[in-house]
Design a protein around this ligand. Structure first.
Ligand SMILES: O=C(O)COP(=O)(O)O
Ligand SMILES: [Mg+2]
Length: 226
């Protein structure tokens, strides 16, 4: 039991957890592939490559399309140019805004720990009007390591004023990267089952699953009750 007297910090993953960003990521991936005359990828393929950050995304694309590894920096630069303001096809998952507001109103410090680069992360949160709800935002380039390494999640906890050696906090995410990261901290992990995970939920370490953000505030209180 994660005993927590004051409202616990709750840290969130972004892609596949708070936002469905796969359609915009897919659009920009295919824009870059198209520029290079490379066969395009399906939305399902690109969605399955999300979670490790932009470098891992392009490693997987390069492997899938047998592209030249040396061109990865060029692909990534072109991708980021396209993606920096690509929010047209992205939306918050149902109930996210209300759940975040409820947790904030109850006094839970809220944070973000994503592998997505920080500048575009902040721009997307601002676009959806939720940036100010977060006391700390850690992106894929905020610290030298990326999830599943525990360092970014520890940095988010620290940014929220939680003691990373005794985290009285929850991490909420959707993927293998998030589950492994939380286990490495270690800290309790709630898994959103409607995101981009490739592995059966039962095979990932987690405290509780949920498929509807309307359930999250009650789940947080349940997990953190003394
Ligand atoms: O951009 C990615 O690949 C992953 O982002 P996430 O950590 O928010 O899931
Ligand atoms: Mg994710």
């Amino acid at each position: 039991m994660n005993v927590c007297l004051a409202p616990c910090p709750v840290v969130f993953d972004l892609d596949g957890t708070l936002i469905n960003s796969a359609p915009d990521i897919h659009g920009c991936v295919n824009a870059v592939l198209g520029q290079h005359g490379t066969p395009l990828l399906t939305l399902d393929q690109v969605r399955s490559f999300i979670g490790g950050g932009v470098d891992v995304l392009w490693q997987k694309i390069i492997a899938a399309r047998e592209l030249e590894d040396a061109k990865k920096p060029d692909y990534i630069a072109a991708f980021m140019t396209c993606y920096q303001d690509a929010t047209q096809l992205t939306h918050l998952f149902p109930g996210v805004e209300d759940a975040l507001q409820t947790l904030a109103d109850r006094g839970h410090p809220l944070g973000i720990c994503t592998n997505k680069p920080l500048a575009v992360t902040r721009a997307i949160l601002a676009h959806f009007g939720i940036l100010d709800l977060f006391g700390c935002v850690i992106g894929g380039d905020s610290v030298p390591e990326r999830k599943p390494h525990p360092a970014p999640l520890r940095a988010a906890l620290q940014g929220l004023g939680a003691d990373p050696r005794q985290p009285r906090a929850l991490y909420v995410g959707d993927s293998e990267f998030d589950a492994a990261c939380a286990a490495a901290v270690p800290m309790p992990f709630l898994i959103y089952t409607e995101g981009y995970r490739q592995t059966p939920v039962g095979e990932l370490p987690h405290l509780a699953p949920f498929d509807d953000f309307a359930r999250l505030p009650a789940l947080v209180e349940m997990q953190t009750a003394a």
